[in-house]
Ligand binder design. Structure first.
Ligand code: NAD
Ligand code: MG
Length: 328
């Protein structure tokens, strides 16, 4: 495993160079503001009619249409939703400098060949292991979110150096920057969000809530138990792994965890995880998601509506309204 920290970074390769950030959403805003505060020359590339344009201007950034923003940039970061990046790339390719680097925060489009970059370009990845809001907040607090770095193509001989300087600019090297490949980042990132972080965790929460409510317990009590308290456990895991969680929960909870947890996430669940990983690796998932976008996201919207109208959402909204310190 190759890990880089602040002392491995040489920022001279970015001095006097321009960085173009395409997109100003979760990651785009964090990267643009952090790089600017780190002293870099940043320009944000956005559609003039889009809602993000005003926000970026209000944040004090230079904003241009994507095709103009990339002119003269040493690094062009693609930080729009993954499935609009291929068309965006087509729209700016002619204006990319010879030997510039294109940068991604997730390897999807390169790994699944939705973007086939011009031959002279360096192709690099800096993937923060956290949402954009946190990338910004940790930077402001003097910390940083760890990142993965990958070099798909190094035409200039300085692709890794440039990528590390970018990671440094957004605060990532304050934590750690671990080297990976586009394939490893893409496949593990998709697996994590599907099986564990987003898909797995929310299904576990909802299934637990439904089990308690169906058995006649109050939905409010079920909500506190299955959704609200999850954060307390996740914070302990985040700070100190399984050991810290076990130090803070009761021994009754620990005994229940050790004897019952493996019965919920059993061999059947592990088999399903393997199937999900296989579908990521053989391109089935990517194909399905690309087709869903091409057909107007009808199924995606229907499933999202169903998720957001689940009873746990109504109970949760009511209970959270009594905790006005929460950011709803
Ligand atoms: P997002 O959905 O927050 O990005 C929205 C932004 O893209 C808006 O500013 C919008 O104006 C802009 N945009 C949309 N279409 C555009 C177009 N055609 N031209 C120009 N701008 C356009 O995106 P995100 O969640 O920040 O994801 C960006 C990248 O970062 C993705 O590759 C994603 O996989 C990756 N990533 C995201 C996270 C995360 O926490 N959200 C974490 C790690 C990596
Ligand atoms: Mg879900």
């Amino acid at each position: 495993m190759q890990m880089y920290s602040e002392s491995d970074v040489d920022t001279t390769c970015l001095e006097g160079k321009r960085v173009a950030i395409l997109g100003y959403g979760s990651q785009g805003r964090a990267h643009a503001l952090n790089l600017k505060d780190s002293g870099h020359d940043v320009v944000v590339g956005l559609r003039r009619e889009g809602a993000s344009w005003k926000r970026a201007v209000a944040d004090g950034l230079k904003v241009e249409e994507p095709a103009d923003a990339v002119k003269g940039a040493a690094i062009v970061a693609f930080l729009t939703p993954d499935l609009v990046q291929a068309a965006l790339y087509q729209g700016v390719e002619a204006n990319l400098e010879q030997g510039a680097a294109i940068l991604f925060a997730h390897g999807f489009n390169i790994h699944f060949k939705q973007i086939e970059p011009r031959d002279d370009l360096d192709v690099i990845l800096i993937a923060p292991k956290g949402p954009g809001g946190l990338v910004r907040r940790q930077y402001e607090e003097g910390h940083g979110v760890p990142c993965l770095v990958a070099v798909e193509r190094d035409r200039t001989g300085s692709a890794l150096k440039l990528a590390l300087a970018y990671a440094h600019g957004i605060g990532g090297s304050r934590a750690a920057v671990i080297e990976t490949t586009f394939a490893e980042e893409t496949e593990t990132d998709l697996f994590g969000e599907q099986a564990v972080l987003c898909g797995g965790a929310t299904e576990l929460v909802v299934a637990g809530f439904e089990t308690l409510v169906k058995a006649g317990y109050q939905p409010e009590v079920a909500y506190y138990e299955c959704m609200h308290e999850l954060k307390l456990i996740v914070d302990l895991l985040h700070e100190g792994g399984l050991r810290k969680m076990h130090e803070f929960i009761s021994d009754t909870a620990a005994y229940g965890d050790l004897t019952r947890g493996p019965r919920v996430v059993d061999d059947h669940a592990r088999q399903r995880m393997q199937e999900i990983l296989d579908e990521i690796r053989d391109g089935t998932f990517a194909r399905q998601w690309i087709e869903e976008n091409e057909s107007g996201q009808t199924n995606y919207r229907r499933m999202m509506d169903a998720d957001l109208s689940h009873p746990i959402e109504q109970v949760g909204a009511e209970l959270r309204s009594h905790m006005d310190w929460l950011e709803n």
